[in-house]
Design a protein. Sequence first.
Length: 263
Amino acid sequence: MSNIGKIVIVSGLFDDIRSRDFRFLQEAAKLGELRVHLCAGGQPKFSPAERKYFLQSNRFVSQVYTQNADMLPEIEGLQPDMWADVEGAFNQTRRQYCDQRGLDYHVVKSDQLGDFPELPPNPPAPDRKKVIVTGSFDWFHSGHIRFFEEAAGFGNLYVIVGHDANIRLLKGPQHPLLPQAERLYMAGSIRFVTHALISTGSGWLDAEPEIERLKPDIYIVNEDGDKGGKRDYCEKAGIEYIVLKRKPAPGLATRSSTDLRGF
């Protein structure tokens, strides 16, 4: 049966969103147009506004609802065809609710969420400049998303994620916390990103082979990343070099990977 035209809803707190959450959203989006109901309650680590910003940035999500509702179809304007759940949150009450109202209920198995496939590029917008950013993106947070969002304002955005060996070289043996495939997946899941890829060089200019291949017009860094000879490299290569101030999205808290991962 075709999923074209179907509306799929998922529901949860989505607090401290990690790669498995994004994988769940990707699998749920295969079932139809994906809407997310962001639940209230409990004592979440992150505010509703920050969680909503995170979810809205995901390339697989079409809309996020924050209305309080005991059961999803009571959300104004929402008439889903299917409720998708992750296996760990399997709930017989939800299944019974869906059966009573003629909704499909789909459980995504946990073993579907253990891999992090390389995502295909988003189609680049025509007649826009080519922009690159680089980094480890080791504990992905809303500040990274905001950086991508701002950088994408200058053109089609290519994110070059540092490979594991180089992150260890630059930051020490405890780094990275997450392997490169997982970090690449998170970066590539953001709707502002045209394409995410892994670096193949070394040192602060580990993205040099990718830069030579992509031939970007602009290299953007934040204030923390303005080092390692990047400015001089861009001047010699004829690439515009832009340093953005590190600031959160409006209304959100400032985030740091070091603070969030604990080292």
